[in-house]
Write a new protein. Structure first.
Length: 376
């Protein structure tokens, strides 16, 4: 915005009012905050009307900086600001802040200042007074209301630590179990969405399972960070078995819709499809290469790959006949097992059900017992 040098301050005010294109602007109030000789600052308060009811919806405040030079009047956007009176009401917050300052209420305070209405503060005071007299169930209900509204929680980590340091140890156990359950449930729901949609990539499944190895089941106790065990192979996962501490390869694909087995009508039998056969060959080579490198792996990593097993996760359950074919196929395989992504979902669901079982006792739950029930 610029005006010729013979323009007056009133002309500047008119130009500011006309610059607003909002058709719902009602009454306008203006005040000069700073008057020359070269720098001018003007405040303009706009009524923003509700077009349906004709009532005031909110206010909008502009503070414009103008320089007066020989060549005319020039607007300085970098020194101008706008405040809105809704979501949140910035104008009212600024007003309360300035009023608190003028009344001397800020002179002895330090740190961040959070401005709330006086009636809201009175409600907060009453609530704080009531908290010591609340029963535990009522306090839990209060926590349920508060936690979903906390944003940028990472900024308050020291406060969380301070709060938990003062908490009852049994309460901490319950919070830990509840937190872990919620995280597992969210991950489990994500797994189900991936499997149902069929659009998730192999890498997306790898990321999800790497963060939640408990989904593989309680028969495994540890996910090893290492993926490269031989020169040319990069495994999806290497897990340690709970029962004997031996290692097991996990190779995952995707929940593709194509069947794992095809029917040979002439012999009334099933054989592996073109989607499954290459994966079997890939895993057989992994096993051979790792067994060939057993001595070097044992000496360098102290991990024994003797008679290492492998599990393939690919495809979907299919029809009952295909499920029966898979059971028969696994029964004749040696040290390799094939499961579907539907089976993986059921395995993860059983692990998660430990928390939901009616016989599960939170009173008896300790950190050790949680670690025993939930792998990893």
């Amino acid at each position: 915005m610029s005006l010729p040098p013979d323009s007056t301050l009133d002309d500047v005010k008119v130009r500011i009012r006309e610059s607003v294109k909002n058709p719902n602007v009602g009454k306008t109030e203006q005040a000069v905050l700073k008057e020359g000789p070269r720098a001018f600052r003007l405040a303009t308060l706009f009524e923003i009307m509700n077009p349906e009811s004709g009532e005031i919806h909110h206010y909008s405040l502009r503070i414009d900086s103008i320089n007066r030079k020989k060549a005319g009047w020039f607007y300085k956007p970098e020194k101008s600001v706008s405040l809105e009176g809704q979501n949140p009401n910035e104008i009212e917050r600024l007003f309360r802040f300035l009023r608190a300052h003028l009344e001397g209420k800020l002179s002895v305070t330090t740190g961040d200042l959070h401005i709330i209405r006086s009636e809201e503060y009175e409600k907060l005071e009453r609530l704080i007074d009531l908290i010591p007299n609340l029963s535990s169930p009522d306090m839990v209900e209060l926590v349920k209301l508060i936690i979903p509204r906390i944003k940028d929680a990472g900024d308050y980590m020291p406060k969380f630590i301070e709060a938990f340091e003062c908490a009852d140890p049994q309460t901490l156990d319950h919070v830990a179990v509840a937190t872990r359950f919620v995280k597992h449930k969210q991950a489990y729901d994500q797994l189900k969405r991936f499997v149902k949609s069929g659009h998730a990539s192999e890498s997306e499944f790898q990321d999800l399972l790497a963060k939640n190895p408990w989904m593989f089941g309680s028969e495994y106790s540890e996910l090893l960070d290492r993926r490269t065990w031989t020169r040319d192979d990069n495994l999806d996962f290497m897990l340690r078995r709970t029962s004997d501490n031996y290692l097991e390869i996990i190779e995952i694909k995707t929940p593709f819709d194509e069947p794992l087995f095809l029917r040979d009508k002439s012999h009334d039998s099933y054989y592996t499809s073109s989607k499954l056969s290459p994966v079997l060959g890939q895993v057989i080579r992994y096993i051979s290469e790792i067994e060939r490198s057993r001595d070097s792996i044992l000496s360098k990593d102290e991990c024994d790959t003797l008679k290492i097993r492998a599990r393939i996760i690919a495809g979907r359950d299919g029809s009952p006949n295909h499920q029966e074919a898979l059971r028969n196929f696994n029964a004749h395989l040696h040290r390799i097992e094939v499961i579907t992504f539907n089976q993986l979902v059921r395995i993860a669901g059983r692990v998660l059900n430990i928390f939901e079982d009616d016989s599960f006792s939170f009173e008896a739950c300790t950190e050790d017992s949680v670690n025993e029930d939930i792998p990893f």
